[in-house]
Every structure is written in structure tokens, then in C-alpha cells.
Ligand binder design. Sequence first.
Ligand code: NDP
Length: 246
Amino acid sequence: MLLSGKKIIVTGGSRGIGASIVQVLADSGAQVAFTYSSNEDSAKKVLSGLRGEGHFTVQMDISNENSINKGLELIFSKWPEIDGLVNNAGITKDGLLLRMKSEDFENVINTNLKGAFLLTKALSKVMMKSRKGSIVNITSVIGQTGNAGQSNYAASKAGLIGFSKSVAQELAARNIRVNCVAPGFIATEMTHVLNDEVKAKIMDKIPLQRMGDAKDVANAVKFLLSDESSYITGHTLSINGGMFME
Ligand code: NDP
């Protein structure tokens, strides 16, 4: 199997895209440790449905450094070596610039960008020792195009792309690859809350004429974690039905 024997951490695996990533990785032979912030029941449900053995869940608030360190302590006590990290957990706090509160800007940056920075820093130390690893950061089409009402989210996701390219250059000599996956409009709780008019407007911009499935994103993540992508680093792979073409 593509990921046989690999030990991989996924943040935000309790639902949505993260849950699908966890499932696809387990189906491909990986052992997965995945985090949730508050939905323990949902995380347990995902865990109980996984194929294979050695998977576990970890409570972690990625906007809080102490919480990250505590969660990592548990993971490192079980796994001395780690092959992959998927920084998937993310939030939105939308609003037009003039009405956006500082705390909404900070929350989104702290969760989506600083959380990925802290986890990447901690895990790259472990990966450097074994001179191998693959890190995948889940950004967004919004980080590539911008979007009115999402300046905080767009800044966090565009930041993640620049961050990944920089770290990819720093870690390449140690055989650690860092890439991004940029989903477009994917059917999850995050997009479920949009009203029909907004959804119809977005659909008009998608050449493949459908919303993406979480599995479309998960398959791209699986590829970037596998040795089949061993010559790819610093790349952003768009999974958007043609909504934005670079
Ligand atoms: P969901 O809102 O469905 O799930 C978010 C996940 O992140 C949950 O597992 C949640 O845990 C976790 N999470 C949220 N806040 C924190 C935190 N502070 N600390 C730790 N974990 C946290 O999101 P999606 O599945 O839709 O999105 C996943 C990623 O994909 C995000 O980075 C998002 O920006 C990105 N994306 C999504 C798109 C879409 O169309 N859905 C499009 C483009 C990008 P819990 O369940 O415990 O709350």
C-alpha cells in the first residue's frame, strides 16, 4: 500500500476534510494520529471507523502553544519517529474590513498560520533526525485569489503558501518536503452555512460544474505524503475544479 508503515499526524481530523484525509491515509496503510479541539465524540467516531491498527486521537487547540506542546508530548511518547504532518485544522471569522474586529483577525491568523508554524517547527526537528519527512499544509483558493469579506482568512492562507515555500527551501537538504494543497469549494460544514445565492454564484465559476468532495482533497494529500511525490517540494496543488488556474 502507498503509505504502508508511515506514521502521520493530521490536525483537525474530527470532521470535514480532515476526517476524510485521516480515512484515506488509514486506507493506504498509514498509522494516523489526529487532533480535534472540542468535538471528542466526533473524533472517536472517526477513529472507530478506521481500517488498520495503531491510530489514536489527541486533544489540541492549535491556537494555543501550551496545548500544542501537551498534545505533542503524548504523540512523541508513542512515536519516536514521524514521517508526515498535515496541517489541516482551520477556521473562518468572516467580515468586511471596516467591521472586522482585531480579535477576529488575530484568531484566524493564530489558528491557521501560527498553529501551522508551531507544529511544523516541532515536527521538522523530529524529521531532521531521521532525515526524511513530508509536510502538507492545507491552504485555500481564497489565499490565491483573495475574497471580499475574508481578508483575515485570505491573509492566513496566502501566508501559509509563502511559509511553505520558505521552509521547503530550508529543509530540502534534510530530505524533508513541504507542500500545500489548495482546495476550492468543498462540501463540508464550513461551506454548508453559505446561503443558496452565494453557493450558486460560486458554482458559476467552477468549470467542472460541481462542488469538490473532501475525498478529492484527501487523495492529493495522500500523493504528497507518499514516495510517489519524492521530487516535489515547495509546490501548491490546486483541487478546485478549475475555479482558479495559475
Ligand atoms: P471544518 O470546519 O469542517 O473542520 C475544522 C477542523 O479543524 C475540525 O476538526 C476542528 O476540530 C478543527 N479545529 C478548528 N479549530 C481548531 C483549533 N483551534 N485547534 C485545533 N483544531 C481546530 O473545516 P473543513 O474541513 O471545511 O476545512 C479543513 C481545512 O480546509 C481548513 O484549513 C480550511 O481552511 C480548508 N479549506 C476548506 C474549504 C472548504 O470548502 N471546506 C476550502 C478551502 C480550504 P473540532 O471538530 O474539535 O472543532
